[in-house]
Design a protein around this ligand. Structure first.
Ligand SMILES: [Zn+2]
Length: 172
């Protein structure tokens, strides 16, 4: 069954990306607004539900190797959901060829589907993208790279964090 959890308290705006100053510290269990995630499970439960590589990326903020992910070059129309909690996160219509080795989107399906956190690992400040439904790590977002997209943002997302649902398009 494909249950899409209702987002309790949406509201992440671009201020999180642009106004680097007031981003909350990285907490795996609580949303930046202090509310619990709609889908909350113990790490033991996540370990049982996810494969080891999925767990490493989604729950331990790992990164899959570039150019090997299942959806890196996928162009089929459809929706990408969180592999951990099935929240609909990205659409094929906002996916673009970044040639960076990971699936790239210029914006999420809706701003309330993702949460932005400051990530100071790797010796530089990056903006981490997490699923707003369950807090799982998805990837990072980079801005101002000069891609010819409507936002000039690149949501660089691990394939393994996503599940793809192909949509059957109606004729129009
Ligand atoms: Zn999720």
């Amino acid at each position: 069954m494909n249950i899409i959890p209702r987002i309790v308290a949406p509201r992440c705006d671009w201020g999180y990306v642009a106004g680097m100053g007031n981003m909350p510290s990285n907490s795996p269990d609580t949303r930046p607004d202090g509310l619990p995630y709609a889908v909350a499970k113990t790490e033991d439960e996540w370990r049982q539900e996810l494969t080891d590589p999925e767990y490493h990326v989604l729950r331990q903020a790992g990164t899959e190797a570039p150019f090997v992910g299942e959806y890196t070059d996928t162009k089929t129309e459809g929706v990408y959901t969180c592999k951990a909690c099935n929240t609909e996160l990205f659409r094929s219509t906002e996916k673009f060829d970044s040639h960076c080795g990971w699936p790239s989107f210029f914006e999420p399906l809706a701003q309330d589907r993702v949460i932005y956190l400051e990530d100071r690992a790797m010796g530089r400040v990056r903006t981490e993208v997490r699923c707003a439904g369950c807090g799982s790590h998805l990837g990072h977002v980079f801005e101002g790279e000069g891609y010819e997209t409507p936002t000039d943002l690149r949501f660089c997302i691990n394939s393994i964090a996503l599940r793809f649902d192909e949509t059957t398009q109606k004729d129009n």
